[in-house]
Design a protein around this ligand. Structure first.
Ligand code: DAH
Length: 353
């Protein structure tokens, strides 16, 4: 029987040599180590052996079984490897190539600047108040003390929204600035206590729209951040102090500012604030057009007519307001020469921030 076992082992191993794929391997397994294989059949005949013979044959039979199973596993591995090698060749798949890098998203430069501005204003006590983008003529112009013939109200300058059924003199339009939010906010605050409206300190961020020729310097949509402070005893010094402090927090502790007289319908007096050019330190460069100063925002004391429209009695309350453009600030800071990049969705531009 030992002789028989050797023959079985030799025959099985010989047959295994020609096994080249998975299917053949399974067939070999059934034929040589399966239940009805010669080896397993032999186990059944152990009963016929004498007591003396049995241990040696049993030991040998187990050895053969283990040897065949090991050979089977080894052959299996070999087949897998050759199959992989083949598929690598045929599919031209190079598993050693580095993976495709995942592209990281990032915040848009406007969003970054917007958040910075709002963060600084929040530290200074200005709470964010969001107002609507579709406004009425009344809020966008009339309550802000624009005279009826003001050029900004021309069809050429604003995007009017179809507004059937509205009064002819109060059509809807896309807001041309964030200032109408001042009226909405004042009215909302005043409504809480009409006889004693509470003081206000808010920032109003958001998208504005103007019907303009798109050029490197002007876009039809852009962001603004408006600021409004209303209370008793608020003076022009408060405006200057607050905005100068804002400039230092935004552009650096050494940032110098200057105020120039300007005109806006909704403030009186009105001004524009410049900061010393942070690119050339005031010496004069292409960004500040050799002037050494950069115009950053418009501001002024809230016009009595505007306070009244908001429900605040101008004999008791005063206030200041300001408005600035985050895109403009981002352009100055990063020397971006064309405002159209902001909406161009060109990853090569966006990736730089
Ligand atoms: N609304 C003005 C604009 O769009 C900006 C502005 C100027 C806002 C002066 C203000 C202000 O609140 O006081 O150009």
């Amino acid at each position: 029987m030992l002789e028989k076992l050797n023959e079985i082992q030799a025959a099985a191993l010989e047959a295994l040599k020609s096994v080249a794929d998975d299917e053949a391997l399974q067939a070999w397994r059934v034929a040589h180590v399966g239940r009805s294989s010669p080896l397993m059949q032999l186990f059944k005949e152990f009963g016929k052996l004498s007591k003396e013979e049995r241990p040696a044959v049993g030991k040998r039979a187990n050895e053969v079984k283990v040897a065949l199973e090991e050979a089977l596993a080894e052959r299996g591995m070999m087949i897998k490897e050759t199959e992989l090698a083949h598929s690598l060749e045929e599919d031209h798949l190079d598993v050693t190539l580095p993976g495709r890098p995942l592209r990281h998203g990032g915040l848009h430069p406007t969003t970054q600047t917007l958040r910075r501005i709002l963060g600084i204003l929040a530290e200074m006590g200005f709470q964010v108040y969001t107002s609507r983008e579709v406004e009425s003529d009344a809020y966008n112009f009339q309550h802000l003390n624009f005279p009826p013939d003001h050029p900004a109200r021309e069809m050429q300058d604003s995007f009017y929204v179809e507004s059937e059924g509205r009064q002819e003199d109060d059509p809807l339009l896309m807001r041309t600035h964030t200032s109408p939010g001042q009226i909405r906010a004042m009215r909302e605050f005043a409504a809480a206590d009409p006889d004693n409206p509470p003081p206000i300190r808010i920032s109003l961020p958001g998208m504005c729209y103007r019907y303009e020729q798109i050029t490197s310097r002007s876009e039809i949509q852009f962001n603004q951040v408006e600021g409004l402070a209303v209370g008793e005893n608020i003076t022009f010094s408060d405006l200057k102090g607050t905005l100068s402090d804002f400039a230092r927090r935004m552009f650096g502790q050494d940032a110098r500012t200057r105020f120039r007289a300007q005109h806006f319908p909704f403030t009186e007096p009105s001004a524009e604030m410049d900061v010393e050019c942070f690119l050339c330190g005031g010496e004069g460069c292409s960004v500040c057009k050799k002037s050494g100063w950069l115009e950053i925002l418009g501001c002024g004391m809230v016009h009595p007519n505007v306070l009244t429209a908001g429900g605040y009695d101008p004999r008791r309350y005063t206030g200041f307001a300001f408005g600035m453009g985050p895109e403009r600030q981002a352009m100055l800071r990063h020397k971006i020469e064309d405002i159209r990049y902001f909406w161009g969705n060109d990853a090569r531009f966006l990736e730089q921030f």
